[in-house]
Design a protein around this ligand. Structure first.
Ligand code: NAP
Length: 248
């Protein structure tokens, strides 16, 4: 795979899966805009520059329309185009439905799902004109199989899947592919917050018998972003060690 001359925006890429995606796309030659809500984006952009690739850190809250406009416009003004968008930023606020607050519902839907809509809409205006684009959104197998305590998160991730299938149909004639990746249980700070009992219980549902790494997700993103994946659109690719199939 060769992403030379491609410009990519990765949301929430200051750490975890997003950081692994940013580094992997840079390895394959892409210019990478590292977005995060905090300063962590800067360190990742420095790592990429040390690989002799172009990179820019843009601090922005992707749940806010004005921040997304700044993220996309700064990218276009700096590099002249946007070829690849990876909607990766996400949060959890777990609670059983009967105890879930309005705020926890709204924040999880806004950061995971609304951000995907805002960023996709903003980049599509440029991708449609250039008649080439790749949009890859990080959903979750929880959006397919459900998970107690994550009604807000599962709804947001299921929403990303419906959004992906719809936008894929809307822009297919413009040379733009739109796909989602549904990771299973990946070893990041998000899952390190889970207690040891819960981690062991989830491990029992993984046929391959071990947690995925952020790099496993990044490899799938790099493929979907490549020219080689030009005939794949509207799909959800599970990167989960077989977990969703075993859990259904
Ligand atoms: P993570 O380690 O918590 O990283 C998420 C990143 O998103 C953080 O850098 C975070 O910034 C950033 N972020 C949060 N809100 C943001 C906002 N409003 N604007 C911009 N950036 C924001 O999570 P992860 O495990 O790498 O997960 C990445 C994606 O994969 C998420 O969409 C998640 O739902 C999905 N996923 C993860 C797993 C898993 O097992 N880990 C499984 C399925 C799906 P801060 O550092 O400031 O918090």
């Amino acid at each position: 795979m060769n992403l030379a001359n491609r410009v990519a925006i990765i949301t929430g890429s200051g750490r975890g899966i997003g950081k692994a995606i940013a580094l992997r796309l840079a390895e394959t030659g892409a210019t990478v805009v590292v977005n995060d809500i905090d300063e962590s984006a800067q360190g990742v952009a420095e790592e990429i520059k040390a690989m002799n690739r172009q990179s820019l850190a843009i601090l922005a809250d992707v749940s806010l329309s004005s921040d997304v406009a700044r993220l996309v416009e700064t990218t276009r003004a700096t590099y002249g185009k946007i070829d690849i968008l990876v909607n990766n930023a996400g949060i959890t606020r777990d609670q059983l439905v009967v105890r879930m607050s309005d705020e926890d519902w709204d924040r999880v839907l806004t950061v995971n799902l609304k951000s995907t809509f805002l960023c996709t809409r903003a980049v599509l205006r440029h991708m449609i004109k250039q008649r080439w684009g790749r949009i890859i959104s990080i959903a979750s197998i929880v959006g397919i199989v459900g998970n107690p305590g994550q009604a807000n998160y599962a709804s947001a991730k299921a929403g990303i899947i419906g959004f992906t299938r719809t936008v894929a149909k809307e822009v297919a004639s413009r040379g733009i592919t739109v796909n989602a990746i549904a990771p299973g249980f990946i070893d990041t700070e998000m899952t390190q917050q889970l207690g040891e009992d819960r981690r062991q219980e989830l491990m029992r549902h993984i046929p391959l018998g071990y947690l995925g790494s952020p790099r496993d997700v990044a490899e799938a993103v790099a493929f979907l972003a490549s020219e080689e994946a030009r005939y794949i659109t509207g799909q959800v690719l599970n990167v989960d060690g077989g977990m969703a199939e075993a859990w259904l």
